[in-house]
Design a protein around this ligand. Structure first.
Ligand code: URA
Length: 271
């Protein structure tokens, strides 16, 4: 078997795994029946109905809930204010007691800084920690995290290869959406992390991550599918794994997105 064919088989295998796991969503029988070549399978229209947009409220227009900001320990806002932090560890130490959003600081078990390779070429940015992440102090360790691990595996990345973090470092109560003021408070931490890691590529998961990094109000459906740039770093936005758990229709476009991401990563590496 030529190398090309074996690569195609691996791709099909990952595709099948990606589609069928977690959602319990079966592959369509006719898809398998009618495909006598790998290309049929990879290029087929899976028969999913049109994917609808994820909750797509632009950052600035989200419900303006008044929040209590308790600056018990003020923390500087701009990445340049953290100039003395020249490593992720030092930076983590610097912000671990942050109380800029007093209500989140009071309810959290841990500030979830992020986890992974400090010299990663790829950074994955999610929305905010959930209950399990808050408990363990690590990002994406719950159900959505397990799906993220599999998505990464399907495109030949291990979690250890990448750095995973969030827009918000503290869990919003009841996993509600991040509030605009919370994003404003927390985003400098992400910007500093990106400045320290200097990744080659960023994968933004969900509308909050995409809109925050791109300073955009576009809905996720418009942001996904093509590359953008964050300070000269290639950035792709796709659906959040938690959204995929809720709506398996979004798996197909996500699969297309992450394949594109991998292809671009490989071509950058080969340059
Ligand atoms: N969802 C996120 O956006 N981040 C996590 O860390 C976990 C779930």
């Amino acid at each position: 078997m030529s190398k090309d064919n074996s690569e195609i088989i691996t791709d099909i295998f990952n595709y099948l795994k990606f589609y069928t796991e977690y959602s319990g969503y079966p592959l369509y029988a006719n898809e398998i029946k009618n495909s006598d070549s790998s290309f049929d399978l990879l290029n087929c229209e899976v028969g999913f109905p049109e994917a609808k947009d994820e909750v797509d409220i632009p950052v600035q227009e989200r419900k303006n809930v008044k929040m209590e900001i308790v600056n018990e320990k003020p923390v500087n806002k701009n990445p340049q204010d953290f100039a003395h932090c020249d490593s992720l560890d030092k930076f983590n130490e610097e912000i671990k007691d942050c109380r800029k959003c007093g209500h989140l600081a009071s309810s959290r078990n841990s500030l979830v800084f992020g986890y992974g390779n400090p010299a990663a070429e790829v950074v994955i940015v999610g929305e905010a920690p959930g209950a399990e992440e808050d408990k363990q102090g690590r990002p994406f360790v719950g159900r959505a995290g397990k799906l993220l691990t599999d998505i990464l595996k399907a495109i030949n990345f291990e979690r250890e290869d990448v750095f995973i973090c969030n827009i918000l470092k503290c869990r919003p109560p009841e996993n509600r959406n991040p509030l605009p003021d919370e994003i404003v408070n927390c985003e400098p931490y992400l910007f500093k992390q990106l400045e320290l890691i200097k990744p080659k590529m960023i994968l933004a998961l969900g509308a909050f991550a995409g809109q925050t990094l791109l300073r955009s109000k576009e809905p996720l459906g418009k942001l996904r599918g093509t590359f953008h740039e964050y300070k000269g770093i290639k950035l792709l936005v796709t659906y959040h794994p938690a959204a995929l758990l809720r709506n398996p229709n979004w798996k197909k476009p996500t699969w297309e997105d992450v394949k594109l991401f991998r292809k671009e990563f490989d071509s950058m590496k080969n340059q």
